[in-house]
Design a protein around this ligand. Structure first.
Ligand code: TYD
Ligand code: MG
Length: 465
């Protein structure tokens, strides 16, 4: 407890928040290089010893918690409530849980503030305290007007001092607290500046304590660093219950909200939004926007029934095959791994006898999407063959299978969900591997017919004859 006049400093790892008394080139906790920064030591009073986990658990220490038998714990699952934005509810696992802390991360300008302000606007009468450390109350009002909402029940506070935010929150007792952004908030107890590791950690732990003590859900907005991690320490991800990442090209209009951690639901969920002049619009059926309308007789186009997480998507794959003007043929892929394209072309060459060595091949995934699902292989092969022969594939046909090195067509997981999605969107035929489990191949009652194919020659026969 010796307190000297000199400010004590410690070194923090910006990646995991680990504390060290001296500088180190490599963080011993997470193994990252060159991540230690020097900051004034956090005041003892604000947190007991025990590091990040200790702070996060402090709210439990305060209560008189006792062990109780697991079977006698009553489940009050009703403490979820809907926040009026169906897609967001779904990503959260069916609504927001009381007392939970949600972190929404994303690059600047992606729409985090817009989304968080749309929640009180969509939820009429929900007493929300919207705290902004980035914008003034007037700016928030202007944004709300632009979003076309009344926002009855929404209180706005432009503040950056944590202690004031908590005092105001305890006074107005909101049903939802939104803090935009955690990097602009600072606590008096800590000497370093806002956005530093110790500030972010301390502010997040205090807000977590508030959330658990008052059963108020808290939404934190967090900025993302260049390398894609949430700025500030990783401990932030450990402290919160849910981490949602907002992704997308800030120049394009579509945004994807992905759940990367969820203590109350699946992490495979994602939601698609469109940024419009009046805020974010939910895109409840992403396949509809991803398949542009085109004429029937366009060769080189094939549709793939792919999955992103647990969500089936139908995407259009476009290929252009033309005679190479110079010796070495060009191969280029947009939205797809070009090495995998080269592999698929080599398979076509070697196993199915197509003379593609003297051809330029260009591949594009429509809608600016990037696909990694191996189930796209069959659609890619089909689009290349379609362009090569200049024979079009009916737009009512789609594909879902992987292509192996020996030219065999391999099954992919969740084929039933892909078939169901294609059927829902009015497709009449779906090509899958004949090595799928027999129940997937069974004739279905619905409008879609399932075409099993075993290899590439079989695909050509069925598709182009
Ligand atoms: P914003 O929510 O401020 O992003 P973040 O908080 O993640 O930094 O959104 C910023 C962008 O969204 C901005 O470039 C303008 C655009 N935008 C619209 O296109 N329409 C709208 O209605 C709003 C409010 C913003
Ligand atoms: Mg913002």
């Amino acid at each position: 407890m010796a307190s000297t006049g000199k400010v004590k400093t410690v070194w923090y790892c910006t990646s995991c928040g680990n504390e060290s008394p001296k500088w180190m080139g490599r963080c011993p906790a997470c193994g990252e290089w060159n991540t230690m920064v020097e900051e004034p030591k956090a005041a003892k009073a604000s947190s007991s010893a025990g590091g990040a986990a200790g702070r996060a658990r402090a709210f439990l220490d305060a209560s008189d918690a006792r062990p109780e038998p697991l079977e006698s714990i009553s489940l009050s699952e009703d403490n979820r409530f809907s926040i009026g934005i169906a897609e967001l509810d779904r990503v959260l696992g069916g609504g927001m849980v009381e007392g939970s802390m949600i972190l929404i991360g994303g690059e600047p300008g992606i729409g985090k503030s817009t989304l968080s302000l749309q929640i009180p606007l969509a939820c009429h009468g929900l007493r929300t305290l919207y705290v902004s450390g980035e914008e003034s109350a007037k700016q928030i009002k202007l944004r709300a007007q632009r979003l076309g909402g009344e926002g009855s029940g929404c209180l706005v506070l432009s503040e950056t001092l944590l202690e004031n935010i908590l005092a105001q929150a305890r006074e107005v007792k909101p049903q939802l607290l939104i803090v935009d952004s955690i990097q602009t908030i600072y606590s008096e107890g800590i000497e370093s500046s806002a956005g530093s590791v110790s500030q972010v950690r301390e502010c997040a732990s205090s807000l977590l304590r508030y959330a658990k003590e008052t059963s108020t859900p808290v939404i934190l907005i967090g900025h993302i660093t260049k390398d894609g991690t949430i700025a500030g320490p990783k401990v932030l991800e450990h402290i919160v219950d849910v981490v949602l990442l907002f992704e997308g090209d800030t120049k394009g209009s579509y945004r994807i909200l992905r759940s990367i951690k969820n203590r109350f639901g699946s992490t495979d969920e994602l939601a698609v939004f469109e940024m419009t002049g009046s805020g974010l619009r939910e895109v409840s059926n992403p396949s509809e926007i991803l398949i542009p309308m085109h004429q029937d007789d366009l060769s080189g186009v094939a549709i793939s029934a792919m999955m992103d997480g647990t969500r089936p998507f139908l995407v259009e794959i476009q290929a252009l095959v033309s005679t190479a003007a110079y010796g070495t043929p060009q191969r280029s892929a947009t939205g797809f791994d070009s090495r995998r394209l080269n592999m698929l072309l080599a398979v076509l060459e070697k196993r199915a006898g197509f003379k593609l060595a003297a051809k330029d091949v260009f591949l594009n995934v429509a809608g600016g999407l990037r696909v990694t699902d191996p189930a796209c292989d069959l659609a890619i092969v089909a689009s290349v063959l379609s362009s090569n022969f200049d024979l079009y594939i009916s737009p009512k046909v789609c594909f879902a299978a992987e292509v192996g090195l020996s030219g065999e067509i391999r099954p992919v997981p969740q084929v039933e969900r892909r078939i169901a999605e294609a059927e829902k969107l009015g497709f009449e035929q779906i090509y899958i591997s004949s090595f799928n489990r027999s129940d997937a191949l069974k004739p279905r009652g619905g409008k879609i017919s399932v075409v099993p194919v075993a290899d590439i020659p079989a695909l050509c026969r069925k598709l182009f004859q």
